[in-house]
Write a protein that binds this ligand. Structure first.
Ligand SMILES: [Zn+2]
Length: 294
């Protein structure tokens, strides 16, 4: 899925952090793929990852995300694509949330970092994967994760796969500002747990955005942000949702599947909830917290 020519990007929308915390993060999650995978298993595309953070002490510098001003850059560079996707999500939820949930949309913070960074939820390492911190209402993405998703988790890759991940994290922000997050008991695990419900809802909200991103006009240009989604784009998003299913990750990491420790839902559930949103699902239909079947 590609961004249309003629759009614009506000370089201040995403904060780029560099330097400092990176080294400490590398040490804390070092020791090879095994450890990194275990950490990722616990927190992939998660929320509030406090407790698993790397130690970090040195300050980072923060700048605008520059060099992403054209659609051509958004279509060529993952960091720029992240920024453009955030702006598309802003426009979609600003138009949709008041109507469907009776709540005004407030923009989440959006940070791109490398290796490690500090957050309102503690210090974060890239090994946790992209995440949303409710305490500072900010999405954190190290775009190197997209390579991990493709090369280590076996997803097909592609732009919509990356955009799905960003939309999933903003989905957690939607849960936060609508009060859904605060109704969830995220201490438990298992196929019926609130932890899984929160994740499946974020997948569904991501699907809602994807189904509208090619028709929703950019408020600044009046033209849609994205070209129409192709079958191949959709397959990429579903491949990513499948790759981060708890059963798939457990099978790859340990050779067996233990539903009682699930925190995000199975590959089948994650794809199905994404499709529920994609096929015209509403905010209410995406609310897995109140769903009788998952
Ligand atoms: Zn999540």
């Amino acid at each position: 899925m590609t961004f249309q020519d003629g759009g614009s990007f506000d370089s201040g929308r995403v904060r780029k952090r560099t330097g400092g915390a990176g080294k400490a993060g590398g040490v804390a999650v070092g020791g090879g793929l095994g450890i990194a995978v275990i950490v990722v298993v616990a927190q992939l595309l998660g929320v509030d990852v406090s407790g698993l953070f790397a130690d970090s002490s040195s300050p980072q510098s923060e700048t605008d995300l520059v060099g992403c001003e054209t659609a051509e850059r958004a279509n060529a560079d993952s960091e720029c694509r992240y920024g453009w996707t955030i702006e598309s999500l802003d426009a979609f939820w600003a138009a949709t949330l008041p109507e469907q949930a009776g709540v005004a949309y407030t923009q989440p913070g959006a940070v791109t970092f490398s290796e490690a960074t500090t957050t309102g939820c503690g210090n974060a390492s890239s090994a946790t994967g992209p995440f949303y911190c409710p305490a500072d209402e900010t999405v954190y993405v190290d775009v190197s994760f997209f390579g991990v998703l493709r090369d280590q988790f076996g997803s097909s890759g592609g732009p919509l796969a990356e955009e799905y991940v960003v939309a999933h994290e903003v989905g957690h922000h939607i849960e936060q500002i609508t009060g859904v997050m605060s109704t969830a008991d995220r201490s438990g695990t298992g196929p019926e747990s609130d932890s899984v419900r929160i994740e499946l809802m974020a997948d569904c909200l991501a699907g809602m955005w994807a189904s509208n991103a090619a028709t929703l006009p950019d408020p600044e240009t009046g033209k849609p942000f994205l070209e129409p989604i192709s079958e191949a784009d959709l397959a990429d998003a579903l491949s990513a949702a499948e790759a981060v299913g708890d059963d798939r990750i457990q099978e790859a990491a340990t050779g067996s599947v233990n539903p009682e420790s699930w925190t995000h839902g199975s590959a089948e559930q994650r794809q199905r909830w994404f499709m529920t949103g994609y096929q015209g699902g509403t905010f209410e239909q995406c609310n897995a917290l109140t769903a009788t079947t998952l």
